[in-house]
Design a protein. Structure first.
Length: 508
């Protein structure tokens, strides 16, 4: 399989670059800038992309790399900081720019293998305070902006290209074409990263690895664990046991939906642990958000592993780990691997033959495509991100059975209405929140004093930033009318119009 290396120098778009490469049917993996050059040589990459970063290349405490990487005979594309780093390593001059560029800027491009089918004038996305004051010897400037005399450069003989702008973001009009040109015109990729191949190859590997042993998977009902379960089911059938812990903090009827899906569609052993009362008891009187998270996480861990201990032949332990859970940081601390709920620490007294992570090479959008090809229902494959503590972080204050029911009912109405009108496709995430506020209202001839519910909806590409969604007023009016009429104990609905930052997507 062809591979492109995304060498991370601390850029916020490192994962986005890799995803854009994979969108072109070329496999990309991310490694930190501390990766030894010998490792890079041995992996035989078709090309290397240097990411952006928040530092200045002339500050020697910033991330740098061996200049030998430019002489490996492997095509290179430097982006933003990676562009400046390329110039600095090749002997060019990088300085603080007289005028910084942020946002959409007009690029003037010359003819180049990198700019094939890109017009002379186009809009690109800039975000930099330093610039290339002098291109290295042997490099030709192929792109300029009004304030950046070297917005792109190339050394065709060595296969090295660099752009000051960010082709990976959607704000760059022809960014997709620039990346396509690098992959196919310069790296000569064939495009062999295909989901159907992934399923076939992964199933074969799983059968070989597992043999006649059993596998236990913690099934949350989320996208990642569900697709992992479907892959394992196809590979080993009833050698797979899925343990589903329903802590009572899921969306309305979601537990029943998960159970029905996996018991009717897939060949596996399915164990459902209903423990809502246990969680409510543990959370009684608790109002601090972090304490609620800690209790929910701890009790989930205990309940799950108590059930696992009952299994006599444990075999392997499987997890829904995906690629972003495994990526090492390129921000100067390469020993720290990002933690995520998909990676579970096993107790010392529970032993397995090994750990299986069938999705560890995939991004979320790729996981969804695999799920579709495996026949998982669309409403599960495309379900929106759901926090590990469930509705526990969408109920402000103490969590009670009554509050859970109120929120579940309101959220179910919101989801039903958005599904009916089709607007859900425009949103990255939407849900209801119970903020613990009661307001005066009137229903019929009677005064009411009931709960206020908040609707939260955002649009985003990466969840690092998010904008509040401009849902049409007529849709909001219909949702509000349905919630106040169909959901007991709610008399007011408000809409959150705060972006991230300054807010976060979730409330707690």
């Amino acid at each position: 399989m062809e591979k492109i290396l995304v060498l991370d120098f601390g850029g916020q778009y490192n994962q986005l670059i890799a995803r854009r490469v994979r969108d072109n049917r070329v496999y990309a993996e991310i490694l930190p800038y501390t990766t030894p050059i010998e490792v890079i040589r041995n992996n035989k990459y078709k090309g290397i992309i240097f990411t952006g970063g928040p530092n200045s290349v002339f500050d020697m405490s910033s991330p740098h790399y061996s200049k030998d990487i430019l002489d490996m005979g492997v095509p290179v594309l430097g982006i933003c900081y990676g562009c400046q780093l390329t110039a600095w390593m090749a002997g060019g001059e990088v300085k603080t720019a007289p005028v910084s560029e942020y946002g959409k800027i007009e690029l003037t491009a010359k003819k180049s293998p990198l700019f094939e089918n890109v017009p002379e004038k186009s809009v690109v996305w800039m975000s930099h305070t330093d610039y290339i004051a002098k291109a290295p010897e042997g490099y030709e400037v192929i792109g300029t902006t009004p304030d950046c005399p070297c917005a792109a450069m190339q050394n065709v003989k060595k296969g090295i290209y660099a752009v000051q702008f960010h082709p990976e973001v959607t704000h760059s009009e022809y960014g997709h074409q620039v990346l396509y040109n690098f992959l196919y015109n310069i790296c000569c990729c064939k495009g062999d990263w295909i989901m159907d191949n992934f399923i076939e190859n992964t199933v074969a590997k799983l059968r070989e690895q597992i043999g006649n042993k059993n596998v236990i998977l913690g099934l949350s009902g989320g996208v990642d664990s569900s697709v992992a379960a479907a892959l394992l089911s196809r590979a080993v059938g009833r050698q797979l046991t899925c343990v589903f812990v329903d802590q009572g903090l899921m969306r309305k009827d979601e537990g029943d939906f998960v159970e029905k899906t996996f018991t009717s569609m897939f060949d596996m052993n399915f164990i459902r642990v209903n423990c809502g009362e246990h969680f409510l008891s543990a959370l009684k009187g608790v109002t601090d958000p972090e304490e609620k998270r800690r209790i929910i996480g701890t009790e989930f861990f205990n309940v799950f592993w108590d059930e696992i201990r009952k299994q006599s032949d444990k075999g392997f332990f499987a997890q829904g780990t995906i690629y972003p859970d495994c990526i090492e940081s390129g921000k100067g601390d390469a020993d720290v691997i990002k933690t995520h709920h998909n990676r579970v620490k096993t107790p010392d007294d529970v032993e397995f033959e090994g750990i299986i992570e069938p999705l560890a090479d995939l991004f979320k959008d790729e996981v969804r495509r695999v799920g579709e090809r495996l026949g998982i229902p669309r409403e599960l494959v495309w379900r929106q991100p759901f926090p590990g503590p469930g509705l526990g972080v969408r109920i402000i204050g103490e969590i009670t059975a009554e509050k859970i029911e109120i929120l579940q009912n309101a959220d179910a109405v919101l989801r039903d209405e958005m599904s009916k009108n089709g607007y859900e496709r425009n949103l990255a995430q939407f849900f209801c929140v119970l903020p613990g506020v009661k307001t005066v209202g009137v229903m019929g001839d009677h005064r009411t004093y009931e709960n206020l519910v908040v609707i939260r909806a955002v649009t985003t590409d990466d969840f690092m930033t998010a904008d509040w969604a401009r849902i049409p007023y007529d849709i909001l009016a219909k949702v509000s009318n349905r919630i106040t009429n169909e959901c007991p104990m709610i008399n007011r609905v408000v809409y959150d119009i705060t972006s991230k930052p300054p807010a976060t997507v979730e409330y707690e």
